[in-house]
Ligand binder design. Structure first.
Ligand code: NAD
Length: 468
């Protein structure tokens, strides 16, 4: 594979290459550049040149072009799905392309309706108004869990607001971001959307580069700290969508069947490789045994398998490191914790992991405090509403949470107390494009999706005219 810069595929000269591995088989199927400083510089310069023209387009002109990009993605659906399946092994890959199209369409329109203060005479004899302007070149760093959807989710608001983009997909999943850029380049001017391949080192070069005005990362907390620290040296604007440790708070009056269904889908979809996975169940003591038995029975019917296996709910973990990480959590469980089901790799090829339930965990256990990012559900009990909220909020993460109850007043009370950027009530893993997605605490700052996500890519300028 090659970088996509200035409207064309480019060999990233002087760059090393790294292997691309099929997570279904564990076999290498290609290579991609580990882009060098020179390759990053070429992409930044291309984006900076393109910005001069792109910023001068009207929102309506950009909307028309981005809507065409969304249509073009849809017309290339089979190619995109094939590429996504190859690099993720997940049949859910097919859903990502319509989602990407929806995000492009939303932001294309939203950029025509930016909000702000009314112009007026806030000082005698002077008229003030506010301009919302694009930032410039945006460096964007994406993870591997939904590669195509992430490429659109990151770039669409930036482009719609009049910025140009240098996007770096994760090292293991560059294919669909590259294809996206190639498809978009038939419609957008050269340099507006550039994609460079590589891993952490290339990412750091992007953050250090003098051209970008802003950096947006979706990734782990450790990466977020590094990106924010590096960006601070040149005071770049930073937006961080980082890891989560999502509590699923189940009260004794919850609808058991709906809750079990919500947990299984929310925890196991995409092999649990979701920053909001329903992975940390906190359940009222009275319901604990019944819920655990129902989850165990539900998991017994769940299979993992490759994209050709229609009976499989989810596919492989994305890479060998992730398989080792998820296995490591189970191997280092404290004695008091109990693996109810699963806890092991499935097969010897690829990176499949069995659906897993771990019970009797305690608040300070590593499985209770760190993001696992695999098909693993932990179950812990609470006695009172107050304890439920305290346990839920006890982690450093603050991305998403869910509450399961039929008591409306309790749902309202607990939603206000939970220290998370999203609270779902009697549902989980829902992301309408109109609603903001983003965390508190160590899950980062800033929002993706929604008009708030669009505003991340604008700056506010006060202009004042004296007329008397
Ligand atoms: P990661 O942090 O390793 O990498 C994310 C991106 O940053 C990649 O493109 C990577 O190459 C790049 N990168 C890594 N280190 C860097 C550095 N020091 N400087 C600059 N760039 C660097 O994450 P991952 O393993 O690809 O993805 C999994 C993580 O992403 C999980 O923690 C998950 O929770 C998080 N995630 C968060 C959200 C969200 O919306 N909050 C969504 C999906 C995934």
């Amino acid at each position: 594979m090659s970088n996509f810069v200035d409207g064309k595929l480019t060999q990233a000269e002087q760059s090393d290459r790294h292997p691309l591995v099929d997570p279904v088989t564990g076999e290498e199927y290609g290579t991609a550049p580990a882009s060098s400083a020179a390759a990053v510089d070429a992409a930044m310069r291309s984006a900076a040149n393109a910005f001069e023209r792109w910023r001068a387009t009207t929102p309506a002109e950009r909307q028309a072009l981005l809507l065409r990009v969304a249509d073009a993605l849809q017309s290339r659906l089979p190619d995109l799905v094939r590429a996504e399946l190859r690099q993720t092994g997940s049949r859910g890959a097919a859903n990502e392309i319509p989602l990407a199209g929806d995000q492009l369409r939303f932001f294309a329109g939203a950029a025509r309706a930016l909000q702000g203060l009314a112009a007026g005479e806030y000082a005698t004899g002077h008229t003030s108004y506010v301009r919302r302007e694009p930032l410039g070149v945006c460096a964007q760093l994406a993870p591997w869990n939904y590669p195509m959807m992430m490429a659109a989710l990151k770039s669409a608001p930036a482009l719609a607001a009049g910025n140009t983009v240098v996007l770096k997909p994760a090292e293991s999943t560059p294919a669909t971001a590259l294809l996206f850029a190639e498809i978009a380049a038939e419609i957008l001017p050269p340099g507006v959307l550039n994609v460079v391949c590589g891993g952490a080192e290339t990412g750091r070069m992007m953050v250090e580069h003098p051209i970008p005005a802003a950096v947006s990362l979706t990734g782990s907390i450790a990466t977020g700290v590094d990106v924010a620290t590096t960006a601070a040296a040149s005071l770049k604007r930073v937006q961080l969508e980082l890891g989560g440790k999502t509590p699923v708070v189940v009260f004794a009056d919850a609808d058991l069947d709906a809750t079990v269904q919500g947990i299984l889908t929310g925890a196991l979809s995409n092999a649990g490789q979701d920053c909001t996975a329903a992975s940390r169940v906190l359940v009222a003591e009275e319901l604990h045994d019944e819920l655990l038995a129902a989850l165990e029975a539900g998991v017994a019917a769940v299979r993992t398998g490759g994209p050709d296996d229609e009976s499989a709910l989810y596919g492989p973990l994305n890479n060998a490191d992730q398989l080792a990480r998820v296995s490591g959590f189970v191997e280092t469980l404290p004695d008091h914790a109990r693996v109810v089901t699963g806890g092991h790799r499935v097969g010897t090829a690829g990176y499949f992991f069995a659906p897993t339930i771990i019970a009797d965990v305690r608040e300070d256990d590593r499985v209770s405090t760190e993001e696992i990012f695999g098909p693993v559900i932990t179950v812990q009990r609470f006695r009172t509403e107050k304890e439920a909220v305290r346990l839920a909020n006890s982690v450093v993460h603050g991305l998403a949470s869910s509450v399961w109850t039929t008591d409306h007043a309790r749902a309202l009370r607990v939603s206000a107390e939970l220290d998370f950027g999203c609270v779902w009530v009697n549902t989980h893993l829902m992301f309408p494009t109109e609603m903001p997605h983003g965390g508190f605490k160590h899950s980062g700052y800033g929002k993706d999706l929604s008009v708030y996500g669009l505003e991340e890519y604008t700056r506010i300028k006060h202009v004042m005219h004296r007329f008397a």
